[in-house]
Every structure is written in C-alpha cells, then in structure tokens.
Ligand binder design. Sequence first.
Ligand code: PGA
Length: 247
Amino acid sequence: MKKLIAGNWKMNGSQAMTQDLLGEINSGLNGALLDNCEFLVFPPSLYVPTALKNNGPYMRVGVQDCSVHESGAYTGEIAAPMIKDIGCSHVLLGHSERRQYHGESDETVCDKAKAAYVQDLVAVICVGETESQREEGKAFDVVGEQIAKAVPETATADNTVIAYEPVWAIGTGKTASADDVAEMHSFIREKLAERFSDSENFYILYGGSMKPENAAELLNTPNVNGGLIGGASLKADQFLAIAKAAT
Ligand code: PGA
C-alpha cells in the first residue's frame, strides 16, 4: 500500500500561488517518491481549475467540502456533480473546522459522503476528538461514534478514506504521540472491520501538525496510511520532505 500524502490548503493561496506551488511540487516528484506515495491536494474551490491545469500527471485534486444536494437553491454551496464535472476525484468532508464553524454533524457528513459516492468521488472523511474530550478519557468513544455515524453503510475502501485528526493537534504545533496515533488508528481499523469486509484496505490518514520533523515517525506507525497536511502543505519543500519521510 502506497502512502497517501494529501495537502489541505484550507482558505489560503491565490491563482499565482496555486500555479507556483504545484509547479514546484511536481518538479520535485521523482521515482522513489512516486514508487512509495500517492499525492492529493485540496485547494480552495475557486483555485481548483488553476490546480487542474497545473497538477501534472501525479497530483490528484479535490474540493474541501460539498453539498448534500445535487443542485438547486442553495446559495454558496458546491454540488458533488459539479466537483465531478470540473475533473476532481476527491472531496474532503467533516473537517473539524467545518464541524466547529459551520455546525456540521456526523449525519450531515454522512449525507455528503453519499452525495459524493453518486458521482464516483472518493470521500475523505475526517474524525477526531477535542482536547477536553481527550482529557476526559472520551477520545475513543467520540471517534467511534463519528465513524459509526459519519461513514455511510455503502462505504468501501475504494470510495472512502478516513482521516484521523485530533482537533487539539490541528494548526497548533502539537502532535499526538506515535503510541497514541497507533492506538487510535488500530481502533479505527477495528471499527471499520465491524462493518466493512474490505476494512484492511481502507486508507487511514493522520492529520494535525504533521511536518518534516515528525513525518517519518508518524507515517511509519502501524495503520497510518498517509497524512493530511495543512500548514506544511503550503510550502513545496516541506510537502516533499514529508513525502520523502514516508519512503
Ligand atoms: P495542520 O492542519 O497540518 O496545519 O495542523 C491539518 C488539517 O487541518 O488538515
């Protein structure tokens, strides 16, 4: 199984930055990296067309969210058929920033994933506990419930990627220890195994302050099949160094 190295640019960038950053990353993708990793990027939606012109042969492009609806009077929303139409392969769903600032529930995330499946898009579904939930010893209950409710019954290893992102590690410089990550990823694998016959083949990514310095340890932790990288995905050298750490 290759490692999936995914960049989440969040609400950062410009047309010029999209072109430059993808150009720099593409020119750094050599044989060893391509043998060991797959690459994916989630730019802001407005820059997706620019990304699709500059992504080269190896970088897939996704959108950071989608509507549960196919079309209609939903101002500001982007529908899964549009994401397919423009040429994307993936959609990021249930990121903690969407859950926190837009009140997205597991049920909504589940409906969005189903909308994505109709278009043959791969749903990258994010789960993760907050700091207080971890301190209260509830991390496994919270993540278990998110997996149970946000991942549709029709999920398969082909149409779904899980991203474990402890909320307290996102953008904070704090990362979960390799032991904690190993424990949570094996728990997620078990939860998937209760429902899906192809659970062994699901990609489970770790996200939260992944950077070149901690990437080798995190990416070589059992059941960690790649990374969802925020801040460090905005710099070509850091993104490439993380991929190199996976090899
Ligand atoms: P970070 O973000 O790498 O900046 O912590 C990760 C994410 O939110 O996907």
